[in-house]
Design a protein around this ligand. Structure first.
Ligand code: PLP
Length: 407
C-alpha cells in the first residue's frame, strides 16, 4: 500500500542490530568481559549513560505546565538567543545571524537539505559519513555524492573536494556541502584552520560569478568534545560574499547530554539581512510542515543555563570532567595503535574512530568471536571510544590487528 517512493528495504538498522547482539553477550558473559563499542553516546566506565546533573536538575525544577506547553514554531526566543551563544561561544562570526529551533542537529540537516537544494539536486559530503545524511537525501528526493575525506597521506583530500565541488557547481549553479567537523563522526577528524582557508578561498573564487550559490552546512554535533580551540575556525565565516551562505547544525544531544530530548537549531551566518530573514521564514515554515514545534522543556533548560552564570559554569565544569575522560580514552587508544601498528583514520578527537578495511562486515564478525562489538561502515569499521573504558580502548587495537591478519 505504500507509495512506490516510500517502499524501503526491510532491514533492521545495522548499528542497533549489533548493539542488540552486544547486549545479549553482556548478559551471557558479563559486561566486564565484552567490549561494546557500538553506542554513539557518552557512557561511564561501567557502561552507564552519562546525564549532566545541571541539565536534569534544571529540567526537573520546571513547573509541569511549563514543560507541557507548546513552544513557539520557530523556537522560544530566549532559546534562540542561547542556541547562538552555545554554538559560537566567543567565536561568533561577523554578519547577520539567525537561529531556528529544530529537534536535534538531525532537524537542522533536514532543513538545510530541503531548503538549500532543489528537488533532484545532489549535495556533497565526505566519503566517510554519518549514514542519516543519506537517509535524509532519500526521504526528500535529493542525492548525496561524496569526495574523498583523506588522501594517500591520510590528510584532508582537498583535490578530491575541489573536483566534486566544481563539478556540481557547474552543473547545478548551487551546491550544498555538509562538513561534519570538529571531531567528525565516524573518523574523529577535524578540519584544520589551513584547510578551512583553502575551502573558503575556493568558494570565494566561485562566488565571483553572481549566478553561483554556495552553501556550507557545518555540522558541529561533537564540538564540545573536541578541545579548547574547537571554535577558532568560526570567525572565518564573517564578511564572505552574499552568495556564500553558512549554516550551522547545532545539537544539544552530546554537548548537554540531551539525546532523547531532541533539541537543536539551524543557524545562519550571512552578510545580508534580507537573506537572514529569508532563512528564518523558510526554516520556520519547514518546522510547521514537518514536526511543528520543538520540545519546550529542552529549550527552557538551555535558555536557563545561558542566563544563569553560576549554572552555566557548573555545566561547563561537569562537561569538562567527561571531556577529559574521553580525551584519556582517545590517548590510550592512540598509544596502543602506535604500539601495534594499526592503520586507522586520522583521529583528532571525539566520540569515534574508524579502521579502514575492504570487508567491514567480515572484520566485525571476526571481532565478535573475541567479544568486541564494532559497527561496519562502507569503508571500514567504527569504534565508539565514547562507550568503552580507557582500559578497553587500550585493548582494542591489538584485537583488530589480529582479526585483520586472519582476513
Ligand atoms: N550529526 C552527526 C554527525 C551525528 O553523529 C549526530 C548524532 O549522532 C547528529 C548530527 C545529530 O544528532 P541529534 O539529532 O541527536 O542532535
Amino acid at each position: 500500500m505504500a507509495a512506490e517512493h516510500a517502499i524501503r528495504p526491510r532491514e533492521a538498522d545495522v548499528i542497533f542490530g549489533i548493539a542488540n547482539r552486544a547486549k545479549q553477550a553482556a548478559e551471557q558473559y558479563g559486561s566486564e568481559n565484552i567490549i561494546n563499542s557500538t553506542i554513539g553516546a557518552l557512557l561511564d566506565d561501567n557502561g552507564k549513560l552519562i546525564a549532566f546533573n545541571t541539565v536534569y536538575d534544571t529540567l526537573k525544577s520546571m513547573d509541569n505546565a511549563q514543560i507541557a506547553a507548546y513552544a513557539a514554531l520557530e523556537g522560544d526566543h530566549d532559546y534562540l538567543d542561547a542556541s547562538i551563544r552555545a554554538c559560537f561561544m566567543d567565536k561568533k562570526p561577523v554578519g547577520h545571524i539567525r537561529s531556528v529551533a529544530t529537534p536535534g542537529g538531525t532537524g537542522a540537516v533536514r532543513h538545510a537539505v530541503c531548503n538549500y537544494t532543489n528537488p533532484g539536486d545532489t549535495f556533497l559530503t565526505a566519503d566517510w559519513f554519518w549514514e542519516p545524511y543519506q537517509t535524509i537525501a532519500d526521504e526528500n528526493g535529493r542525492k548525496l555524492d561524496t569526495y574523498n575525506l583523506f588522501n594517500e597521506k591520510n590528510e584532508f583530500d582537498f583535490e578530491s573536494y575541489k573536483k566534486q565541488f566544481e563539478a556540481y557547481l557547474i552543473k547545478q549553479k548551487r551546491i550544498l556541502i555538509v562538513l561534519n567537523t570538529p571531531a567528525h563522526n565516524p573518523t574523529g577528524y577535524t578540519i584544520s584552520d589551513g584547510e578551512w582557508d583553502r575551502i573558503i578561498d575556493l568558494a570565494k573564487e566561485h562566488a565571483a560569478n553572481p549566478e553561483n550559490k554556495i552553501i556550507f552546512l557545518v555540522d558541529v554535533a561533537y564540538i564540545d568534545f573536541a578541545g579548547d580551540d574547537a571554535r577558532d575556525f568560526m570567525p572565518k565565516f564573517g564578511n564572505l560574499p552574499k552568495n556564500i551562505m553558512t549554516l550551522f547544525a547545532f545539537s544539544a544531544s552530546k554537548s548537554y547530554t540531551m539525546y532523547g530530548l531532541r533539541c537543536g537549531a539551524i543557524i545562519c551566518v550571512t552578510p545580508s539581512e534580507d537573506l537572514a530573514e529569508e532563512f528564518f521564514y523558510s526554516c520556520a515554515h519547514s518546522n510547521r510542515g514537518t514536526w511543528s514545534n520543538g520540545t519546550k522543556g529542552a529549550m527552557h533548560v538551555i535558555a536557563t543555563i545561558y542566563n544563569d552564570k553560576t549554572l552555566y559554569e557548573e555545566c561547563e565544569k561537569e562537561r569538562n570532567i567527561y571531556r577529559n575522560l574521553l580525551k584519556k580514552r582517545g590517548d590510550a587508544f592512540l598509544r596502543s595503535v602506535n604500539e601495534v601498528g594499526l592503520p586507522i583514520t586520522n583521529y583528532r578527537g571525539g566520540f569515534f574512530v574508524s579502521v579502514p578495511c575492504a570487508e567491514p562486515e567480515k572484520l566485525c564478525k571476526l571481532l565478535i568471536e573475541d567479544k568486541l562489538f564494532a559497527v561496519p561502515l562502507r569503508k571500514g569499521i567504527r569504534l565508539a571510544l565514547c562507550a568503552i573504558s580507557e582500559e578497553k580502548c587500550a585493548q582494542t587495537p591489538a584485537m583488530i590487528k589480529k582479526a585483520l591478519s586472519k582476513m
